[in-house]
Design a protein around this ligand. Structure first.
Ligand code: NAP
Length: 232
């Protein structure tokens, strides 16, 4: 199978949490800035997140009348648009995120082209709405995504040979389960979060194939921040 080289890039607290208040503390600033600088390198072609991460962190609209987009799309084909910017790939099986624009800013001052991945659960009206906003999309699977075939499409049709998978835990869990992650990049903030937030892999599917082993490749220290790289 052809696929992009795939790095799971995540910022965590000492206690392994990927969400929580610790992000907003001064003590996390260095880790946050370093995380973003590496996100630009790993995601220079494309970076990918689950739907919840986009909803929690990026602008979107609450309500839209999709009926006015009826008739624009009538088949479940991919809609390919080349992009000068990195693709920001959103996995959203039912087609539910209502984007405000075809571009999102991350990190600061860097614009990314949204690429939406849905299944046939998404309506033709929703796909028509994406098309009218110039948002490319991939339709993959009936009810559930086939991540192996998705990786092949990203590589072959969208010419993506490097991919950064940036969470959250649910999406990462699905990629780890299918052995699609070649490298793990952990940036550790020197804080204990102590909340109930999840870890970098939080598999919710019905066919778990865990645990998975990786090799430690390198460790770098920057002040109180730690960078840990594992490879397959
Ligand atoms: N610390 C970090 O570096 C970091 C990085 C990223 C995110 N985060 C945080 O993580 C939190 C969100 O994480 P999360 O784990 O709740 O959500 P997530 O992984 O962002 O999104 C999960 C959703 O994606 C959809 N999905 C599409 N295809 C899927 C598949 N094959 N397998 C599983 N789900 C699929 C599902 O919604 P449908 O069923 O509707 O399709 C699922 O509920 C946010 O608060 C965010 O800020 C932290």
């Amino acid at each position: 199978m052809k696929k992009p080289y795939t790095i799971c890039h995540m910022m965590i607290s000492i206690d392994g949490k990927i969400t929580g208040d610790f992000f907003s503390y001064l003590e996390s600033q260095q880790a946050g800035e370093y995380y973003d600088s590496k996100a630009l390198i790993y995601g220079k072609k494309a970076w990918l997140c689950g739907k919840n991460t986009f909803i929690d962190n990026f602008p979107h609209q609450d309500k839209i009348d999709l009926s006015k987009y009826k008739g624009i799309v009538s088949t479940y084909d991919n809609y390919y648009l080349p992009s000068e910017e990195n693709y920001a790939i959103c996995l959203d099986r039912k087609g539910s995120i209502l984007w405000a624009s075809d571009k999102i800013e991350y990190p600061d001052h860097h614009f990314n082209k949204v690429l939406q991945v849905v299944t046939k659960q998404a309506s033709f009206e929703y796909l028509g709405y994406l098309k009218s906003l110039n948002i490319p999309y991939i339709v993959n699977g009936e009810n559930d995504l086939d991540l192996n075939s998705l990786m092949n499409t990203l590589f072959s049709q969208f010419k993506i040979d490097l991919l950064s998978v940036n969470g959250g835990g649910i999406i990462n869990g699905s990629f780890f389960n299918e052995d699609l992650i070649d490298e793990i990049s952990l940036i550790v903030s020197p804080m204990i979060e102590g909340n109930q937030g999840g870890s970098i892999a939080d598999y919710k599917g019905t066919s778990p194939k865990f645990p998975k082993a990786f090799h430690l490749d390198k460790i770098n220290r920057f002040g109180d921040t730690l960078e840990i790289i594992y490879k397959k």
